[in-house]
Design a protein. Structure first.
Length: 159
């Protein structure tokens, strides 16, 4: 039997989400900086500053992968015609999910552990796997199309 595509992802019940924020990102590589800025501001609002470094690294990698691999190759990255990438941050009591939506239907491909790690690119999903508690992806149905690649971070319980 196939594993559920959303294994490890919290239930998407809007009533259960403590906080949520999202932003559209243009099809330009400068969008990675915008995603980090948005993540910093959001985590500051949610008093999650201590997780910023790990979350920011993962957000940067997910957005970079979407811009590099998921957008149509024939559209210049400076064009506003290209479908935007969208970053979603969702916080539950004990979990934070970073999700990046893109227009591609292709599954993300993690680097094989035997690959050359001195290469300048290709380590994005390895870093996502290393710095988050779990990650995955699922295709989007309906008129949106494309997919969502997500990473989950467990948050310390406060009592």
């Amino acid at each position: 039997m196939l594993k559920p595509l959303r294994q490890g992802l919290p239930p998407l019940d809007p009533a259960a989400v403590s906080d949520a924020a999202s932003c559209a990102l243009p099809a330009r590589y400068e969008a990675v900086r915008e995603a980090r800025r948005f993540t910093r501001g959001t985590l500051d609002q949610w008093d999650l500053d201590e997780r910023f470094d790990d979350v920011c690294l993962v957000v940067s990698e997910l957005v970079t992968n979407a811009l590099r691999h998921a957008l149509p190759a024939n559209v210049p990255r400076t064009s506003e015609q290209c479908p935007p990438v969208r970053l979603h941050l969702m916080r539950w009591t004990e979990r934070l999910v970073c999700a990046v939506r893109d227009p591609s239907h292709e599954s993300p491909v993690a680097r094989d552990s035997d690959d050359d790690f001195s290469a300048e690119s290709g380590r994005g999903l390895f870093l996502v796997d290393s710095f988050s508690d779990s990650w995955g992806w699922h295709p989007l149905a309906s008129t949106l199309g494309g997919k969502v690649v997500w990473a989950l971070f467990r948050l310390p319980t406060t009592e």
